[in-house]
Design a protein around this ligand. Structure first.
Ligand SMILES: Cc1cc2nc3c(=O)[nH]c(=O)nc-3n(C[C@H](O)[C@H](O)[C@H](O)COP(=O)(O)OP(=O)(O)OC[C@H]3O[C@@H](n4cnc5c(N)ncnc54)[C@H](O)[C@@H]3O)c2cc1C
Length: 437
């Protein structure tokens, strides 16, 4: 193929250009069944948000139909890195400055609830998804970032009791087998999961509770009418008392109010071939998840079910075909771990996340059309959490209240869902991070 980088030396001949998680939990299109003409709740999007909402509503006795244009879970839900954390793109200090101390703390407290909520859900529902709680290492990309990390994390300890430990550069190798960084911070109680198995478990529970899943069904319009919300699909129209839009980074332009507010961006990941135990323990001695301290992060974690590294970076910039993505990601592997430069990739893939103009998740609704999205990379805790919140909002329960429903959902003039400016924005973030070196 003209212009395609050679895969020799960087990828196994059997490389799969699909998520590593699909080896254990492949999304499979269900045979089409006829759509029910009316339901209590129609959910558009079958990721964490949609499936959690479906589970809660079906258990509450509602008739629930989940519609997805593709196989259930084949959006970001079964493509992500499986980091279960409790940080947003904005630090607690930034949110306290922007929204006032009480509101900033309320948002971070709710994020903490979302984090523990996933852990409790996994335990309660007995979802076997390789849950581990080895903590996270945030690697500082400069000495200024190292100092800033301590300044950002201290208020989280003070206001919320979240522990952390600074690791100076001289001791970094006990946490991460690379000399690229300038020390970092350990957050010892953060967790990780196998995203594919977690989503598969949620789907099985939602189905068992009575939710009907109609995948391979694209929704093209959602309109509130006097007799209910009309959802026009490529397989017919469904009328629902309430509709939930849970499309995050895959939100179609046709849902224009949301498309104007969501910034879809592409994220990239790869898996290495199996490493030796010694190679793995040299790279990530304590099996923690790792991110670096840049705005546009590189990240590495051990696979939960084999001796591989799963990693990614370079988010938001278009990168051509799958072989170019693999070549780009192998470059990150070599830069961070020169000792692994002959290790080959077994998988490389991409998926869409959703940013927002204020870099915050949003939840809300009107006229019986509800939404929860814009997770800015925190979709495992926040998507799962918003799914439950949306179900409670529809049920009119007090538990539906959310600190994230109280801020306006911003857009920009002339923006309709095509984020042409993203590569420029990413270059700006890279420049800002380099300036802090
Ligand atoms: C590579 C990568 C790594 C990530 N790593 C992490 C991580 O480690 N931790 C973390 O917390 N988050 C991470 N994220 C983000 C996280 O995966 C998402 O925020 C989360 O999956 C969002 O869940 P969701 O249910 O809202 O949306 P999704 O799981 O993306 O599901 C949206 C669904 O909507 C469907 N859809 C869209 N339009 C229509 C339509 N018109 N009709 C019918 N269906 C439609 C899509 O087909 C899709 O299945 C990562 C994302 C990516 C891509």
């Amino acid at each position: 193929m003209k212009g395609t980088p050679p895969m020799d030396g960087i990828a196994l001949p059997s490389i799969k250009f699909e998520p590593y998680w699909w080896d254990a939990a492949r999304p499979v299109l269900q045979p089409a069944t006829s759509l029910p003409p009316r339901v209590d709740v129609a959910v558009v999007g079958s990721g964490f948000t949609g499936m959690r909402a479906a589970l809660e509503l079906a258990r509450a006795g509602r008739s629930v139909l989940v519609l997805d244009q593709d196989a259930a879970g084949s959006g970001a839900a079964r493509r992500n890195a499986g980091y279960l954390g409790r940080v947003l793109k904005h630090s607690l200090t930034t949110l306290m400055k922007k929204h006032g101390e009480a509101q900033g703390i309320a948002m971070y407290r709710e994020l903490g609830d979302a984090f523990t909520g996933v852990i409790e859900l996994i335990e309660r529902e007995r979802i076997d998804c390789h849950f581990t709680r080895h903590g996270r290492f945030i690697a500082a990309t400069s000495t200024k970032h190292y100092d800033a990390l301590a300044i950002d994390l201290e208020p989280m300890r003070g206001h919320l009791g979240y522990p952390f430990e600074m690791v100076p550069r001289a001791e970094q190798r006990r946490e991460f087998g690379s000399d690229l960084y300038h020390g970092g911070a350990i957050i010892p109680d953060l967790a990780a999961i196998h995203s594919g198995l977690y989503h598969q478990g949620l789907t099985e529970r939602a189905k068992a509770a009575g939710a009907v899943i109609s995948d391979g069904t694209a929704v093209t319009a959602v309109t509130p009418e006097p007799d209910g919300v009309h959802l026009v699909t490529d397989r017919g129209t469904v009328v629902a008392r309430d509709a939930i839009i849970a499309t995050n980074g895959y939100t179609p332009r046709g849902l224009s109010w949301l498309a104007k507010r969501v910034i879809p961006f592409q994220a990239y990941m790869a898996a290495t071939e199996e490493l030796s135990e010694a190679q793995l323990r040299d790279a990530i001695p304590n099996l923690r998840t790792m991110i670096d301290s840049n705005t546009n992060i590189d990240f590495f974690r051990p696979a939960p079910d084999s001796r591989r590294l799963l990693f990614g970076g370079g988010t938001g910039v278009p990168r051509g075909d799958a072989t170019e993505i693999a070549a780009f990601l192998h470059g990150i592997l070599r830069r961070v771990f020169p000792q692994l430069s002959t290790v080959k990739l077994s998988h490389a893939w991409t998926g869409y996340c959703a940013g927002t103009f204020d870099m915050m998740p949003h939840i809300g609704g009107r006229d019986h059309v509800w939404y929860g999205l814009g997770y800015n990379f925190a979709g495992i805790p926040m998507g799962t959490h918003f799914g439950a919140k949306l179900a409670a909002m529809i049920e009119g329960k007090a538990e539906g209240r959310s600190a994230f429903a109280e801020t306006p959902f911003p857009t920009l003039p002339f923006y309709s869902g095509d984020p042409w400016f993203l590569p420029l924005a990413m270059r700006y973030f890279d420049w800002k991070d380099r300036k802090a070196s």
